[in-house]
Design a protein around this ligand. Structure first.
Ligand SMILES: [Zn+2]
Length: 256
């Protein structure tokens, strides 16, 4: 079998979690691990709780091990999202956060490795991640290279999504954003937009992981129209499902 990353022929491919397993254990209450709410793209599919997430056999053991540092950075960002340095606007409102304990290069690699795995996975949950072959190959080369991945064209911007989103994980989706094609991946408490486009976006470039000494994330009070559309699509027919699973715990989550 051929490894999806290094293309070596191996007897058996390793079991890869597309999103690190530890992230699925972010429960809503201390000491209680309920697993994440998983929201599929398909209207017909039910919202579910997941402790394990999704895995696929896509890469060899060595390549799987090479994802570890990046995955740890993803987990660290979810774990410490509330401890970040707050950045204020001129009126004193919190607009963004900086994460001085997280390394740009490691986090960027973790995010784009997640996109790479989602692209190779044949699980329905990731079906909107379908990179054009040229970009899939470029992404593979970036991940194989020892060069810092945040210097590549795969610009990544972060958005904090506190409260309820900490326990919900949505199917990744493709969105036109800042005039370029981007893929949006959700993690507990934050979302990453990854540029997959030959065009440059100056705005994305200015706030991407790597533009500053440490990662920064926007805390946006409003969703933009394309996100709203995506959210409404994701929620269509799912509300009852979510209520059934959470058994009225929503208010509690929002207050914490
Ligand atoms: Zn490999």
């Amino acid at each position: 079998m051929k490894c999806g990353l290094c293309h070596t022929d191996v007897e058996k491919l390793s079991k890869s979690h597309i999103i690190p397993r530890a992230l699925h254990l972010f429960g809503q209450e201390k000491g209680e691990h309920q697993g994440l709410l998983v929201m599929p793209v398909d209207k017909g599919k039910r919202v579910e709780r997941s402790h394990t997430g999704f895995h696929s056999r896509i890469v060899c053991a060595d390549c799987e091990a090479s994802f570890k540092a990046g995955d740890d950075a993803l987990i660290e960002l979810s774990r410490t999202h509330a401890d970040a340095v707050q950045l204020f606007d001129e009126l004193g409102a919190t607009e963004a956060f900086q994460f001085p304990n997280i390394n740009n290069g490691t986090l960027h690699r973790g995010v784009i490795a997640t996109l790479f795995r989602a692209n190779l996975s044949d699980n329905d949950f990731y079906k909107q991640v379908d990179l054009p072959p040229r970009f899939a190959e470029q992404l593979r080369q970036v991940l194989l290279s020892p060069e810092p991945s945040h210097h590549s064209d795969f610009d990544v911007v972060l958005r904090l999504t506190p409260s309820l989103h900490g326990s919900v994980i949505k199917s990744p989706r493709r969105l036109r954003f800042c005039d370029v094609n981007t893929y949006w991946l959700t993690f507990p408490y934050w979302t990453a937009a990854i540029k997959v486009d030959g065009q440059k976006s100056r705005l994305l470039r200015q706030v991407r992981i790597g533009a500053y000494g440490h990662p920064v994330a926007a805390l946006t009070p409003e969703l933009n129209p394309s996100e709203l559309k995506a959210l409404s699509k994701a929620m269509r027919g799912k509300h009852e499902d979510v209520l059934r699973i959470t058994a009225g715990k929503f208010e509690k989550i929002n207050r914490s």
